[in-house]
Design a binder for this molecule. Structure first.
Ligand code: ADP
Length: 786
């Protein structure tokens, strides 16, 4: 079958499916339409041979003139030639037809479409309908478009139609659509159906348009979304303000000049916006040149519509048809390309395009009178088009959100990597500073030197606390924090904190009180490091913000069972206090109650945020009662599992050796560290405790230097050149050597724990190390190895 036959047969199927199109239709012959014997089961279009009188506005009378030339109605005179000359756009004419009816025909109604551009319709000599004002000259002529209806008097057997049409505005003159005569109910019903569908579609488009506009304005500043929303709004005008002119029925008095301009503007602007939208949607697949040309043409046509009289801009429709056809080829091409390249939502875009093409094909074929309107099919096509386009945009928005989330996640990873690198870099030199200060302090310095060393140690510890705070917060945010569940002696933790901060309190002339409930006899199960961190922070803050009076740390046993104890920990001070408005804010990170006052006291504003989160993660909460000027009371209530051991059953393990003790005498340790300063610090401590230290500067050297029968312990840095600590540990374990390996690292334990254990490392000491901790861990592992 060749292409032409194929297309024709498709058209034929379309026609056959459309009601009323396939039925044999009565046609007027020589100015007479005989409808006698017609049951009006379908509406009749008053088509066929009408009599036409150019440049005559016939006087209405009962009788017909029967003189005019025969033309095929509906008839536009601008397509007609008289004496070899095409008739001009501007002019006036009369049309005449006689319709013969049965006297007992059903109640009938006439539907009169809009004409170019005004008419008066006389039936049997009387003015029956009028739209605009007809005149023989431009003066007095008023164009107007509205679909009108007329009920035919029952019992009428002859209808002598005399239709006067005048046009002094539009490019076209005469009539394009048919007048329809039919059963009164059917004609009305048909029109209501048309209006309902048009209104429904307009509503959908406007709502969709405003929805996307809102989306654009309130959040996602995506140009594609803006363009689509504008396109939807502009196109909604085309549904209601053109073709069936439902808007004109709703607002009959609206100016013809205004609505005509809107009709043309919405067409030119609509195509322009859709072209731009396609480009914004898939810029890599669109041609800039094509898109810019279409935009330029559309905008110049819009300008012409705004500035020129209707006679001129109504002529733009034919050239514009070419632009439309080009777009109809170009846009599916872009979508197909995007689809092939797997762009987000392109499959919906392509499907929507097919829907739109069908609608345009129907409307084009209808324009050339090859198809009936098929309004319902077009409606479904439009709905499918807008629905699928919405899917394209939804897909796009969710794709962008996904991308943004991935980027944010990558950012978070980068941030935490950065912090951990920074921490490593800051902690490594701090290790040397703190370690050296400790060592120097133990070497009986002069009194003035001791003071200077104290300041140095204090500042280094401060810096370490800040780095730790930042890292802690980062860790909490990333959800990476874990809590130990080991035995702890809360009373001794409290005592240690108070004695550690005693000198700071004395410096400020503040009394530091400690009250521990005497009924607290058991050790508790919990995380001693974190608990100590929270209490230290609160007491430290209290001392910092108290100028006179006291700071009290009270630990009270609230309730206890055989297995559990509920305690309240309270830190009370007589300091500057916190105003009610600031009380909520200070638990947020980086906030301080009053930056000017707080600056005087120092701090990062992270401490309370960390305490609060640490407690929340342990099912407790940090509370505050405070009044400005009267001090603050921070407290929390926490339930702990009780250990079987009582507080008195202390082991000696925690005791750090004194000046004279040499507990490691006769023990050899292999220290693997590339940083000379750190070697010095660790070596100094270990030798002070009596150990003999061999040094290797990287993993490779460690493997070579290690003597299992001599070295009782390996202290291994992890980040080293040539061979790092992990690799060295793996190598050592592969050789079957079981000597305990203690990692020395500036990273936080949780970051490396898993890898370290997998490599055969037994334990971790975090740099900068506290002499106590180093001592305890070394002792512990030497004891186990024995
Ligand atoms: P930092 O102390 O490092 O600034 P924090 O998070 O520990 O950060 O504290 C936040 C703010 O809460 C402090 O800057 C201070 O304004 C206020 N604050 C904390 N504790 C007290 C207190 N005991 N008395 C008065 N103000 C306090």
């Amino acid at each position: 079958m060749n292409l032409r036959k194929y297309i024709l047969s498709i058209l034929w199927i379309f026609c056959a499916l459309s009601p009323g199109f396939a039925a044999q239709k009565p046609l007027a012959r020589k100015g007479v339409l005989d409808l006698r014997g017609n049951s009006f089961s379908t509406n009749i279009e008053l088509k066929g041979q009408w009599r036409f009188y150019w440049k005559e506005l016939l006087k209405p009378s009962q009788e017909l003139q029967q003189k005019g030339r025969m033309v095929d109605f509906p008839f536009r005179w601008t397509d007609y030639q008289i004496n070899g000359k095409t008739l001009p756009s501007f002019g006036y004419a009369s049309y005449e037809l006689q319709v013969l009816l049965d006297k007992n025909a059903p109640a009938l109604r006439l539907q009169m479409p809009d004409v170019y551009s005004a008419y008066h319709l006389y039936i049997n000599g009387e003015l029956a309908l009028q739209d605009g004002t007809v005149s023989e000259q431009a003066k007095g002529f008023i164009p107007h478009w509205e679909v009108k209806f007329l009920n035919i008097k029952p019992g009428t057997d002859t209808l002598n139609f005399m239709l006067q049409i005048a046009n002094f505005a539009h490019k076209k003159g005469g009539m394009t659509s048919s007048m329809v005569l039919g059963d009164k109910n059917k004609v009305g019903l048909e029109r209501r159906r048309i209006e309902a569908i048009d209104l429904l579609l307009t509503g959908c488009l406007i709502m969709g348009g405003f929805f996307f506009l809102g989306l654009y304005l309130l959040g996602n500043r995506d140009k594609a979304i803006l363009l689509f929303s504008l396109y939807s709004i502009v196109y909604s005008y085309r549904i209601i303000g053109t073709d069936n002119y439902v808007l004109h029925t709703l607002i009959p008095d609206v100016s013809w000049y205004l609505t005509l301009r809107l009709e043309y503007l919405s067409l030119f602007l609509g195509i322009c916006l859709f072209g731009l939208y396609t480009k914004a949607l898939y810029p890599e697949d669109s041609s800039k040149w094509f898109s810019n040309s279409v935009t330029a043409i559309c905008l110049s046509f819009c300008t012409a519509t705004l500035l020129l009289p209707p006679l001129y801009f109504t002529q733009l429709i034919n050239p514009f048809l070419l632009v439309t056809v080009l777009c109809l080829v170009y846009i599916p091409y872009v979508y197909t390309k995007a689809y092939k390249k797997g762009r987000p939502g392109a499959v919906y875009a392509l499907a929507s395009c097919i829907a739109l093409m069908s609608v345009f094909a129907i409307s084009l074929l209808n324009y050339y009178l090859l198809l009936p309107k098929l309004q319902l099919t077009s409606f479904l096509g439009y709905v499918a088009f807008f629905f699928l386009q919405s899917l394209v945009l939804s897909h796009r928005v969710s794709f962008q959100l996904k991308k943004a989330r991935e980027e944010a996640e990558l950012g978070l990873i980068a941030k935490s990597e950065f912090l951990s690198t920074m921490s490593h870099e800051i902690r490594t030199p701090l290790n040397a500073v703190i370690g050296m200060s400790h060592l120097l302090l133990q070497k009986n310095p002069r009194e003035d030197q001791r003071k200077e060393l104290d300041v140095m140690l204090f500042s280094a510890n401060n810096l370490l606390a800040i780095v730790n705070d930042i890292l802690d917060y980062n860790k909490i945010e990333a959800g990476k924090i874990t809590f130990e569940h080991i035995e702890m002696d809360l009373a001794s933790i409290a005592r240690n904190i108070v004695s550690g901060l005693q000198s700071a309190a004395q410096d400020r002339n503040i009394e530091l009180r400690l009250h521990i409930d005497p009924n607290l006899k058991h050790k508790l199960m919990g995380d001693p490091t974190r608990t100590s961190q929270i209490i230290t922070n609160l007491v430290h803050n209290a001392i910092k913000f108290t100028l006179e009076g006291y700071v009290a740390l009270n630990i009270c046993l609230r309730e206890q069972t055989d297995t559990h104890a509920k305690l309240s920990v309270e830190v009370k001070d007589t300091g500057i206090g916190i105003s009610p408005e600031k009380q909520k804010l200070i638990f947020e990170r980086f906030t301080q109650a009053d930056s000017s006052t707080s600056r005087g006291f120092g701090g990062t504003g992270l401490g309370l945020a960390i305490c609060k989160k640490l407690l929340e993660l342990q099912q407790s909460s940090l509370q505050l009662v405070s009044e400005p000027g009267k001090g603050a009371n921070f407290f929390f209530i926490q339930e702990f599992e009780k250990s079987t051991k009582t507080v008195e059953q202390q082991t000696m393990e925690n005791k750090t050796p004194g000046e004279a003790d040499k507990p490691f005498t006769g023990i050899s340790i292999l220290l693997v560290e590339d940083n000379a300063m750190n070697v010095l610090v660790a070596q100094n401590f270990l030798q002070r405790w009596g150990a003999k230290v061999d040094v290797a500067v990287n993993g490779m050297e460690a493997v070579e230097k290690l003597m299992p029968e001599k070295h009782r312990l390996i202290l291994m840095d992890l980040n080293m050149p040539v061979m790092d600590g992990y690799e060295a540990a793996v190598k050592i374990r592969k050789l079957g050597i079981r000597t305990p390996i203690l990692a020395l690292t500036a990273n936080l334990p949780h970051e490396i724990e898993e890898r370290a254990l997998r490599s055969g490392i037994n334990d971790i000491v975090v740099k900068p190390f506290l002499p106590d901790e180093l001592y305890r861990k070394v002792l512990h592992h030497i004891n186990i190895a024995e």
